[in-house]
Design a protein around this ligand. Structure first.
Ligand code: PEP
Ligand code: MG
Length: 598
């Protein structure tokens, strides 16, 4: 936090999760915690009554969540599954049975017993390496808060917003909170906790309003009604700004608004360089509901459909029919464009209750993605059948993640051939010419890319993992995040080697990691000769603008210079020195950060 003496221009730094600049009054929403949880020993004769009280609170909570879910506004309906997850938490033994057990065994009141169960769950979540899953603990906390309120006889807390145009300041905002808010009166959100994959981030993006999370002490420092500037590009919040700052940010706001609409207008123009070279821009999606936004942002297809979320939001492993219906819907909606469906990229950790894998020391190097599928072939076959059946309803390609070498690829193709044979025998329709691709995201796959290229129809480079494995940097460990470097000469060389192997074999090569959404990397990737970039839809217009403003010839010349550079810093400096060539017509480098960028 930075401050000046008269309490003006106090700056807080957080994480930018939804872009835009807003200036407005703070509205503190203090729904953080039941401040005091009463703890007392219960007389042995009253234990049953205590359990009844707990069960009543669970039922009241269930009714409240169901009511919120049924009243969700249209824009947020796609996130109803989060509330379904909250309902599932109410049924989870670690919450209900454990609390009842605590009441009986320790002879304590329901509040205390629940608190103990939640502490135990917290311990379990803390041991999970996956950031996305770890952050889901806030769901458990949220549900527990509601139960505690009901135990205290308080009922649900409602947030009434009387003023127009306020900025919500909260410790945390759950999807249920967001649903209860009258979002038409809200300019944006800021919260003490949360990360890039927190629900506040997801909701703010869905509502297209700016948000900054992880400010740590915003609710302590900010007073209700004070003026705030929120910069959803840089993750900065300014409390009580002076007139000079206000007018500077108003100018910035106008610039961004104009800029945003100008690039959105480009969405439907072709993605070609000034010298006529075409680069296909597609969207990465996790849910079928995202396709409309992808199309609106000018996506020419879905370059990466990450299928693991359907498995994560189901109670057990989803069956073939459920998967088929989902994939079929995607294939039909995206027509006449193509969807590239990636098979399950999941590790033991991500299965939580429905799959109990062994605890791994290094999950990123463990039984993940294709390795898991080759072990659990029933799960794999069921997904392959669903994908193949969906291919009869649109243009579908299959993408296999985490391929490390030829033998693994041959094993995968054998399972696929078996599944195809079976469908044929049963006279079930599918696209017999379906294209098969692999993610290039393990260094060994780069080294043998020439061999792999002869056995597939396309490559898709997953730079998120490729950088992780090439530079030995855990992509979810914040302590080494500063070393996560797309400009590292090793990374650039690996991408070049992969593209060369694809060229020599006459197959197409896409790139679908975060690097595709980074405008500062676009020229390098163009110079290397990537055919397709696939990214979060919000980033497409900006990348299109960059592609349309640069020439392939210049990008190749620059690449020639870049491959002679020896460190990531030298590459970065070279780009920054020649910014007008790498990102022409874009004055402000801050706008370069796509939503959720690292
Ligand atoms: C990647 O690794 O770059 C990628 C696109 O896949 P994911 O982020 O889902 O691992
Ligand atoms: Mg990956």
């Amino acid at each position: 936090m930075t401050n000046n003496r008269n309490g003006q221009n106090i700056r807080l730094q957080g994480i930018a999760v939804s872009p835009g600049i807003i200036i407005g009054k703070a509205r503190i929403v203090d729904r953080s915690k039941q401040k005091i949880v009463y703890q007392y020993i219960v007389n042995a004769n009253d234990l049953n009554r205590e359990v009844e009280r707990f069960k009543d609170a669970i039922q009241a909570t269930r009714d409240q969540i169901t009511a919120v879910k049924n009243n969700m506004p249209e824009q947020l309906k796609q996130h109803a599954f989060i509330l379904e997850a909250h309902l599932m938490i109410l049924d989870d033994n670690m919450v209900t049975d454990a609390t009842v057990k605590n009441i009986f065994e320790e002879k304590i009141n329901a509040e205390w017993a629940l608190k103990k169960s939640v502490q135990k769950i917290n311990k379990v979540f803390n041991e999970i390496d996956d950031e996305y899953i770890r952050e889901r603990f806030s769901d458990v906390e949220n549900v527990a808060e509601r139960i505690l309120r009901n135990l205290a006889g308080k009922g649900p807390e409602t947030i009434t917003i009387t003023d127009e145009n306020v900025i919500i300041v909260a410790h945390n905002l759950s999807p249920a909170d967001t649903t209860e808010l009258n979002t038409s009166k809200i300019l944006g959100f800021i919260t003490d906790i949360g990360g890039r994959t927190s629900h506040t981030a997801i909701m703010a993006q869905a509502l297209e309003i700016p948000a900054v999370v992880g400010l740590e002490a915003a609710t302590n420092i900010i007073t209700d009604g004070c003026l705030l500037i929120v910069d959803g590009y840089k993750g900065e919040v300014i409390i009580n700004p002076d007139v000079n700052l206000i007018s500077a940010f108003q100018e910035k706001q106008t610039y961004y608004e104009k800029y945003k609409s100008s690039i959105l207008r480009l969405s439907y123009l072709p993605s070609v360089t000034t010298d006529g070279h075409r680069v296909t821009l597609k969207a990465n999606i996790e849910f079928v509901e995202e396709i409309t936004a992808a199309k609106d942002h000018g996506a020419e297809g879905i370059g990466l459909y990450r299928t693991e979320y359907l498995y994560m939001r189901s109670k057990g492993i989803p069956d073939e029919e459920e998967l088929f219906n989902d994939y079929k819907q995607v294939a039909q909606i995206i027509q006449p464009e193509t969807v590239t469906i990636r098979t399950l990229d999941i590790g033991g950790d991500k299965f939580l209750s429905s799959y109990q894998g062994a605890k791994e020391m290094n999950p990123a190097l463990g039984l993940r993605a294709i390795r898991f599928c080759l072990k659990e072939t029933d799960i794999f076959r069921s997904q392959l059948r669903a994908i193949l059946r969906a291919s009869a309803f649109g243009k579908v390609q299959i993408l296999f993640p985490m391929i490390s070498g030829l033998q693994e690829l041959l094993d995968v193709k054998k399972v696929l051939a078996d599944v195809m044979k079976d469908l044929k025998k049963r006279k079930i329709e599918y696209d017999h010419d379906i294209k098969i691709g692999i993610m290039i995201e393990i260094p060994s796959a780069v080294t043998v890319a020439d061999i792999l290229a002869k056995n597939v129809d396309f490559f898709s480079i997953g730079t998120n993992d490729l950088i992780q494995y090439a530079l030995a940097i855990d992509r979810v460990n914040e302590h080494v995040a500063f070393m996560y470097e797309p400009y590292h000469p090793a990374v650039i060389r690996m991408i070049m080697q992969t593209v060369k192997a694809a060229r020599d074999a006459g197959i197409e090569v896409a790139l679908c990691g975060e690097m595709a959404a980074d405008p500062m990397c676009a020229s390098i990737l163009l110079g290397i000769g990537i055919d397709e970039l696939s990214m979060t839809s919000g980033a497409i217009p900006l990348i299109k603008k960059v592609i349309r403003s640069i020439s392939r010839k210049q990008a190749m010349n620059d690449l020639n210079h870049i491959i002679g550079l020896t460190t990531a810093m030298e590459v970065k400096n070279f780009i920054e020195k020649n910014l007008d060539r790498f990102i022409p017509d874009i004055k402000d480098k801050d706008i370069m950060q796509p939503p959720g960028a690292k």
